[in-house]
Design a protein around this ligand. Structure first.
Ligand SMILES: Cc1cc2nc3c(=O)[nH]c(=O)nc-3n(C[C@H](O)[C@H](O)[C@H](O)COP(=O)(O)OP(=O)(O)OC[C@H]3O[C@@H](n4cnc5c(N)ncnc54)[C@H](O)[C@@H]3O)c2cc1C
Ligand code: SF4
Length: 328
């Protein structure tokens, strides 16, 4: 049963920020993650502040700099089917199409997708683990087949969002409003690694709200993609995923970003692989080398070593595909 709380429908951003400054207040966007967390007592809320009525947080529009602004309340389904995103930021539309089920994509928002809580089954269950303020991580000695192979430190979640790695590959930023004004943070720096703070998932300070996601103008020759492997052919979170953003000059890769999902507590960039890709025509030997470099420093847990060859194969497959003329 969902415990009781006060519910406020904010009419403006300022009003939402004011109410969110109350102790124990939480943002409610589409509610697909928040309500499950409250029902399962993952955390409590004294006040739930709905931002759903703040119209300026919705919609997709061009920016004066030639990029795209996506309001935080834009649904994942809208992001997936938007024609500009489909043609210019393909990785994002592919990632959004892979999120959950049609019902959840129609209700869940892009802002909520970035801010959602981890899916570690101990965290979602009745275990008072480190991330919930306890004194141990149950995944270390427990069932860890779906946990991370990079960046675990003391908490071994994988970041659950499909859109976050695509946004990181496309060099998007997050616009934030709060009691101390507005700021902007690169998506890559928006999500909190456990080595910095294992009790938080994002860099949001109390009462801060994500207002928009901003994509830069796509570079000339940019091709991007996202592919996710899951355990079932129904809705599921990524076992392994890869977002690519490669800028081509002719058939040569002038620049590249390789970002993994299902690998680490945050979308995981692979700088060594990116370096190997740069300047290549994505020939077979370069692709094989890049994929090997991407997993070289993996630190698997007892039950998730299978992720290493899975990522290797996936990266090889996707780098090869993005080099083909039909990926343009
Ligand atoms: C069965 C199931 C399967 C799923 N599968 C996938 C999947 O395959 N891939 C994937 O990426 N996701 C998946 N998800 C997660 C889903 O995409 C998220 O629940 C959804 O995107 C959250 O959006 P929302 O608007 O409903 O957020 P809410 O549930 O309203 O909020 C989620 C969290 O973010 C905070 N929040 C929301 N909006 C803001 C904002 N603008 N500013 C600050 N904080 C905010 C809330 O306080 C809350 O903590 C799945 C979820 C479910 C229930
Ligand atoms: S991986 Fe993180 S969330 Fe899961 S049990 Fe360990 S500390 Fe908790």
């Amino acid at each position: 049963m969902v415990p009781s709380f006060s519910y406020i429908r904010a009419r403006s951003l300022d009003e939402a920020i004011r109410y969110l400054s109350l102790d124990g207040a939480r943002v409610h966007a589409g509610g697909t993650d928040l309500l499950g967390c409250l029902r399962d007592r993952v955390f409590d809320a004294a006040t739930v502040v709905s931002i759903a009525g703040i119209r300026k947080l919705r919609g997709i529009e061009a920016t004066p700099a030639g990029g795209l602004r996506i309001g935080a309340l834009t649904t994942i389904a809208e992001v997936a089917r938007n024609p500009v995103i489909r043609s210019k930021y393909r990785a994002l539309s592919m990632a959004a199409s892979e999120v959950a089920s049609p019902q959840l994509r129609n209700q869940g928002t892009i802002g909520g997708n970035l801010c959602q809580k981890p899916r570690c089954w101990y965290y979602r269950g009745e275990f008072h683990c480190l991330r919930k303020g306890g004194d141990q991580c149950y995944a270390v000695e427990g069932e860890n087949q779906y946990h991370c192979i990079f960046g675990g430190d003391n908490c071994f979640i994988v970041h659950p969002s499909d859109t976050a790695p695509a946004l990181a590959a496309l060099q998007a930023s997050v616009a934030i409003a709060g009691p101390n004004g507005r700021r902007s943070v690169a998506v890559e720096n928006f999500l909190m690694p456990p080595s910095r703070d294992f009790t938080r998932e994002t860099v949001l300070e109390p009462a801060e709200i994500v207002t928009d996601i901003v994509l830069p103008a796509p570079a000339e020759g940019l091709r991007s993609s996202y592919r996710k492997v899951r355990a079932r052919r129904a809705w599921d979170f990524a076992l392994a995923g890869v977002a690519l953003a490669v800028v081509f000059t002719g058939d040569q890769a002038a620049d590249s970003r390789v970002v993994l999902s299902g690998a680490a507590p945050v979308p995981w960039r692979c700088p060594e692989a990116e370096e190997i890709v740069k300047g290549s025509r994505l020939e077979r030997d370069r692709v094989v080398k890049a994929a090997a470099a991407a997993v070289k420093n993996a630190e698997p847990m007892e039950q998730n070593e299978y992720k290493i060859p899975l990522f290797r194969g996936l990266i090889e497959q996707q780098l090869t595909a993005i080099g083909q003329p039909e990926a343009r």
